[in-house]
Design a binder for this molecule. Structure first.
Ligand SMILES: [Zn+2]
Length: 307
């Protein structure tokens, strides 16, 4: 005989309702904040006041994950959506700059891991924007949430799916109003990684901006960059990406994790009045290529002893 049969009618109704409330509370986290996606996520998701990087380029992400707004009179572009739980911050940051999420016409990404692409589905829903991505990333964003062949496959949560994503070619330029944004496929960290270049102007001075995707050889346990069956071109893909960084016209470098390009020290310098502006650093892309290439060398070296 089940216990449930003995419960008065009112309690039988209340039990499922109470259960749903508990589930909702668990999903919302302890203080009503959205549930965190990973152990480092609360640190990455620390609030960051938005600021103008240069001209029509604004930083609108949380402190640890870059999200960029490129504005035009005919609508805006958003690059990267950070974590699912970052979305309220990104939207509020856009509004506090005097722009509207509803005017974002295009959303693109660096790579489709939950910490850069996790917020895209919700940001797309709020804006009605078109989403565009490399073929590999578009497949992950619309179908699988996490890609086979991803060095971190098995160790990361999937991204929320978007209903549609336009597929890009390497070197393709996208236009929204007077924004011209070019996609450069920079695989390695994931097979679909993409970096972006565009120009922003202040007065008559136009600078080349580069948003570099992650260039780090990070993987799930057991993955080998040297000879992965799931991702056999990983090493040559990284080399292609480093070559892009070495050759790209690069006045201001921004990276998917701001720390990878020392953004906060550079911003602090700017705010202290250091001139020339520490954010403008034409060697930054080449220096990042050098650091990333050394990290890959060390990783491949460490794989030699572990077949
Ligand atoms: Zn990643």
């Amino acid at each position: 005989m089940s216990t449930r049969k003995h419960l008065p009618t009112r309690t039988r109704v209340l039990v499922p309702a109470a259960f749903l409330l508990v589930l909702a509370a668990l999903a919302a986290g302890q203080n009503g904040a959205p549930k965190s996606s990973c152990s480092e996520c609360p640190v990455w998701n620390r609030p960051q006041p938005p600021f103008r990087v240069y001209g029509n380029t604004f930083y609108v992400g949380p402190h640890g994950l870059t999200s960029l707004l490129l504005t035009s009179k005919a609508g805006h572009v958003l690059i990267d959506g950070a974590l699912p739980e970052s979305v309220p911050q990104v939207v509020a940051n856009i509004r506090s700059l005097g722009f509207r999420i509803e005017d974002v016409k295009l959303i693109v990404n660096s790579h489709v891991h939950f910490d850069h692409g996790g917020g895209i589905a919700e940001l797309q829903r709020l804006s009605g924007a078109e989403v565009a991505a490399s073929p590999w990333s578009a497949e992950v964003l619309t179908k699988t949430g996490v890609g086979k062949g991803d060095p971190q496959f098995g160790s990361i949560p999937p991204v929320a799916l978007v209903p549609r994503a336009k597929t890009l070619r390497d070197g393709q330029t996208l236009r929204v109003g007077d924004i011209e944004l070019t996609a450069h496929f920079t695989p390695g960290h994931t097979p679909g990684g993409t970096s972006w270049t565009w120009k922003s102007c202040e007065g008559g001075r136009c600078l080349n901006l580069v948003y570099s995707d992650s260039m780090t050889p990070v993987s799930a346990e057991g993955f080998r960059f040297t000879d992965s069956r799931e991702y056999p071109t990983a090493v040559q893909d990284f080399e292609k990406s480093f070559a892009f960084l070495r050759s790209a016209p690069c006045d201001i470098l921004l990276t998917s994790h701001p720390d990878a390009s020392g953004l906060w020290q550079r911003l602090e310098g700017r705010e202290r009045g250091v001139r020339p502006d520490p954010l403008v650093s034409p060697d930054a892309c080449k220096e990042l290529a050098g650091r990333a290439s050394e990290q890959l060398r060390l990783r491949l070296e460490s794989e030699k002893g572990h077949p």
